[in-house]
Design a protein around this ligand. Structure first.
Ligand SMILES: O=C(O)CCC(=O)C(=O)O
Length: 403
C-alpha cells in the first residue's frame, strides 16, 4: 500500500514522516498467512484496476463531475484522494491521542488510566464498543438485527495483548473538534448535496480504531434495516458513509467491499461465504487509501473488515448522510439508538450538527469558502461553535437517524 509522499504513517507504536521520495506503489500485505496474503494481493490488484479514485472534482456549474458520480453509482464506492491536508490530519491525530488516553481503564470503569472521568462514562447514548483483540464481536450473532450473519476468522492475539480493546466510538462529534470540522468540510458536503439532494440529512458518526495486532474485525454486512422490502427501494435508499483516513488503509487493515452489490437488494451473505468456503469473499476488494483520503461508500454495499494482524494502524473517521425522503416519517431501525419515528422536528435538531460543523471549520480554516446548507438558509437558523454549543452536543447521538 502506498503512502502520500511527504506525510506521516503510523506503524506499531511509531508515527513517522515519509520522505517525499518514498515509493507509493503496491506493497506486500503484512500477514504471515500465505493464502490470506494471496487473497489480499489479488484484491488489491482488482481494486487498483477500478476507475473510481482521484481528487474531488466539480463542473463549472458546481456539480459533481459526471464521471465521478457515474463511477460511484456503478461501483457503490469512490476514493476521494487528498481531501484532508497535513494540518488537519495533525489536529485529528492530536484529538485521537486525547480520546484514547481518556478511555476507561477497562470496560464499565468510570475512570481512565490516570483516574480522571473516562470518556463516555457519563453518556446516556452509546459511546464505546469493546471487543477482545482480533475478535469478531458481531459475526454470526443476532446483534444489530442479525445483519452480520457470518463469523470472521479470529486470529490469536499476542499473550500480552489487553483483555479487551475499544474498536469503535459513536457520537464522536462531541469528543473531537477535529472530527466536527471534517464533518463541515465544504467539498464533502457538496458531494453529499449532489448525491442525496440539497436537503440531505445526517445519519451518524463514528471512529473505527484498528490498532495493529488488536483491531477487531467487522463481519460482512449490508447497512440499512428499513427500506429493503419496500416498493420504493432503490440502490441509494439507505444513504452513504464518508470514511476519512487518518493513517491511510491497506488490504490488511482496511474495509473490503463487494463492488456493485448495493444494486442487488438484500443479499444472502451466508450463502456467499458458504460458496466461497471461508470469510474471504472472492469478488470483494479493499478500500486502499493514503492518509487524508476519504472513501464514500454506499451503505447497501456488502462490506466488512478483517482483524488487523498487520503492523499498521487504521483510524477511520466515519460520517454518513441520507436523503431526507429516506428518513422523514420513517420508523428508525433501533440499531444505533432507540427505535422512533423520525419527524421533521427530530431531523431539524439532528441537522444542527451540520451547522456547527460548518462554523467550527470556518473558525479554524478562515481561508476556505464554507458550505451553505440549504435547510438552514430556509429556516434562517444561524450556528456559532462556542462553549454553549459544545454543551448542547452532549449525547447528541441519541437523535441519530438510523435507517
Ligand atoms: O471500518 C470498518 O472496519 C467497518 C465500517 C463499517 O462497517 C461501516 O461503516 O458500516
Amino acid at each position: 500500500m502506498g503512502v502520500v509522499q511527504g506525510t506521516r504513517v503510523r506503524s506499531g507504536e511509531e508515527v513517522r514522516d515519509i520522505p517525499a521520495s518514498a515509493d507509493a506503489s503496491v506493497a506486500e500485505p503484512a500477514t504471515a498467512d500465505l493464502k490470506l496474503r494471496e487473497y489480499m494481493r489479488d484484491g488489491e490488484r482488482r481494486a487498483r484496476s477500478l476507475p473510481n479514485r482521484g481528487p474531488i472534482r466539480f463542473t463549472e456549474n458546481g456539480e459533481l463531475a459526471p464521471d465521478i458520480l457515474d463511477a460511484y453509482l456503478r461501483y457503490g464506492f469512490y476514493i476521494f484522494e487528498n481531501v484532508i491536508g497535513e494540518e488537519e490530519l495533525a489536529d485529528l491525530e492530536s484529538d485521537l491521542t486525547d480520546i484514547m488516553a481518556r478511555f476507561p481503564s477497562q470496560r464499565d470503569s468510570p475512570v481512565d488510566a490516570k483516574g480522571r472521568p473516562a470518556l463516555g462514562a457519563d453518556c446516556e447514548a452509546p459511546a464505546l464498543f469493546w471487543a477482545k483483540p482480533l475478535s469478531d464481536p458481531f459475526g454470526g450473532t443476532e446483534l444489530a438485527n442479525g445483519r452480520h450473519p457470518v463469523k470472521m476468522s479470529e486470529p490469536q492475539a499476542a499473550k500480552d495483548a489487553p483483555e479487551e480493546i475499544v474498536y469503535l466510538i459513536l457520537g464522536t462529534l462531541q469528543h473531537s473538534d477535529g472530527c466536527l470540522r471534517v464533518y463541515g468540510h465544504p467539498d464533502l458536503l457538496r458531494v453529499a448535496s449532489q448525491i442525496n439532494g440539497e436537503d440531505f440529512v445526517p445519519f451518524n458518526e463514528a471512529i473505527f480504531i484498528k490498532k495493529p495486532g488488536e483491531g477487531a474485525s467487522v463481519a460482512w454486512h449490508q447497512d440499512g434495516v428499513t427500506h429493503w422490502d419496500t416498493d420504493y427501494w432503490d440502490e441509494t435508499c439507505h444513504g452513504f458513509n464518508f470514511m476519512a483516513q487518518l493513517y491511510g488503509c491497506t488490504a490488511a487493515n482496511g474495509v473490503w467491499v463487494v463492488p456493485g452489490s448495493h444494486k442487488r437488494g438484500k443479499i444472502d451473505i451466508k450463502a456467499m461465504a458458504t460458496e466461497a468456503g471461508s470469510d474471504r469473499l472472492p469478488d470483494a476488494v479493499p478500500l486502499l487509501c493514503n492518509p487524508g483520503d476519504v472513501a464514500i461508500c454506499n451503505r447497501q454495499l456488502v462490506h466488512g473488515s478483517f482483524a488487523n494482524t498487520s503492523p499498521d494502524w487504521r483510524v477511520t473517521i466515519n460520517f454518513g448522510f441520507h436523503r431526507r425522503a429516506s428518513v422523514l416519517g420513517v420508523h428508525g431501525g433501533g440499531v444505533h439508538n432507540a427505535p422512533a419515528v423520525y419527524d421533521a422536528e427530530r431531523i431539524g435538531k439532528r441537522s444542527r450538527l451540520i451547522g456547527y460543523g460548518i462554523d467550527a471549520r470556518r473558525k479554524r480554516f478562515p481561508g476556505e469558502t464554507p458550505f451553505i446548507y440549504k435547510p438552514h438558509v430556509e429556516s434562517s437558523e444561524r450556528f456559532s461553535w462556542n462553549d454553549e454549543a459544545r454543551a448542547e452536543l452532549k449525547d447528541y447521538n441519541l437523535l441519530d437517524l438510523s435507517i
